[in-house]
Design a protein around this ligand. Sequence first.
Ligand code: SF4
Length: 442
Amino acid sequence: MKRFFIETFGCQMNVVDSEKAAALLRRLGYELTEDPQQAELILLNTCSVREKPEEKVYSRIRQIRSRSRRVLIGVMGCVAQLYGRRLLERVPGVDFVLGTQALGQLPEILERLQQGQPLVHTRTPNRPEFLEISPAERRLRHVAYVTIMEGCDKFCTFCIVPFTRGRERSRSPLRILAEVRALAEAGYQEVHLLGQNVNSYGLSERLELGQRLRFPNLLRLLAEVGGIPRLKFTTSHPRDFTPEIVRVIEEYPNLCNWVHLPPQSGSDRILALMNRGYTRAEYLRRIEWIRSAKREIAVTGDIIVGFPGETERDFQQTMALIEEVEFDGLYIFKYSPRPGTPAARLSDQVPDEVKTERLMRLEQRQREIQLKRWQRYVGRVIEVLVEGKSAKSESHWSGHTSDNIVVNFEDSRENIEGALVKVEITRVNPHSLFGRSLEVLR
Ligand code: SF4
């Protein structure tokens, strides 16, 4: 039996694609190994959203090739889509390149490789196609990522995704429903709906098949399946975010108390340069809808510092925005110019030391906000989905709350991985909550 190894870079969309690639390979008789040295085939599932992960892929290819001349190396994901055939020139030693919408061609590619030529497949199909996998083919046993849409039509000026993932297309609601029902029957505790902009679901004409639904209606349909205690979704785009989404969360207790809504900047001038399609005031209006919900909903976001032309004044507006919103979590990135995007061609690029300094200031302020905000959990009993042992201690377990906050807690039971546990929160750490378990719910 041949063995394969997959290394995944980047976002959860890539995690799902790696699961799909693994399922296709198993169907061909391959077996997954956790040790790349044992593998006859190595797949690198790549990310091009920033420069660093892209560079990492090139050095991984060189490293693998220098260790073995015989192993097959395939590059899939965003770097594969972006560079296609040019990737073979950039880093010699790659056997095949598989674009983001060509994953289904993996079996055919492997067959054709026998003829000894490097192969590149980056064409996009005429009709939207979403690869299906069964619960039995999934690696994670308790949390399932389910793709509902792919691609993006927003064309933010800093972002490479519309070029690597293609135009926005939605998966058939009937197929999503069938998958979620199968996951409920298989005993999954959490379904995480994924897409570049989940709340743009059904807005474009590009639909896999069947009836077109808007995102809130899809959420209702899935929340009513029953049997799955937690349903969550990322990422939401502020432009397409509506009060109806908040109402659906209020209606269904199995929808998690969490919305990830990236503002990217607090300055109207920068938001316009980014082509985000909303103003600071419109973003804050959406926060108001969420904050006035009947139950508490945590909000997290993404910020880019040092977008070309960002002045100290623009940056101060971002600082003021995070102070006003008080995010429960924030991912802050330095702007990274991506080839072919309009922002990369702007002349007033911000020096790296300025970006670093702004990033550190924002992180410091966010840490303070988070510590203060999370104090509200101390003394509360909250439900945690256990993902495994805590990284820091063998006697502690770790998991997420419904509002997507990491909780580490004490529990002497031998194995509670995948269980929903009631935990009393006793203290707040900079990046997580800490507590003690009271009872296992399911
Ligand atoms: S909305 Fe903007 S940032 Fe998000 S994937 Fe689309 S282009 Fe990229």
